[in-house]
Design a protein around this ligand. Sequence first.
Ligand SMILES: C[S@@+](CC[C@H](N)C(=O)[O-])C[C@H]1O[C@@H](n2cnc3c(N)ncnc32)[C@H](O)[C@@H]1O
Length: 214
Amino acid sequence: MSNTAFIRNDPAFVAQRYNELAPRMEALERRIRMPEGFRGRAIAKMRLSRGDRVLVLGCGAGPEIPDILDNIGSEGAIDGLDLSSASIERGKAKCLAHGWGNVRLHVADAGKFVPQTTYHGVLFAFSCIAMSAQHEHVMRHMWQYVAPGGCMTVMDSRMPWFLRWARPLAQVYVNRTYLGDMRIRPKDCLSTFGRVEDYSEKWDSFYAHTVFKQ
Ligand SMILES: C[S@@+](CC[C@H](N)C(=O)[O-])C[C@H]1O[C@@H](n2cnc3c(N)ncnc32)[C@H](O)[C@@H]1O
């Protein structure tokens, strides 16, 4: 196999990789040069309201939590899932430090987790590519838990269109860090649920696809 092909990303391997990466996630994120405030603008496309319930898939140490709480307030609730126990421990420490009593974080595989409720928003938080082998299964499984009128959003990054030729090289980097198959197009599966609303920044390289449930 060429080293530009994507490598295995089964849940056990992903958990191990992200346990190693957990202390370095902020530093890694600085390298990808995400526009400041992108998470907040993408999450705004979910049109959340105060009191809503939100499920965050691949929540890591919870960098999306503050932007979600800005929309749902202390009367709303967040469940976050991640395979990496080290990331979840960091996230729990953050919740404790900020007094976010309405956030529950779980070490769990999104493909197997059975929620106890439905959600106004289900968010793949830069996790869809990392889940690539099973991302369609996770989308279909979690779509059942989107409440009528609620939405599913996939927020992630990709190569800008004018650098797509360099994707095999980027895949080498992803194999060493975040894991997953950079060729996947989450929108293909999302569009089977309904009309997808697109949002992107920085030449399309940071994007959010949102679909609302009728
Ligand atoms: C690129 S990180 C994003 C973390 C965080 N949301 C952020 O924006 O920094 C992708 C995350 O998805 C998680 N992940 C991948 N596959 C998963 C699965 N099947 N179930 C739950 N989490 C998963 C990884 O453990 C990792 O923490």
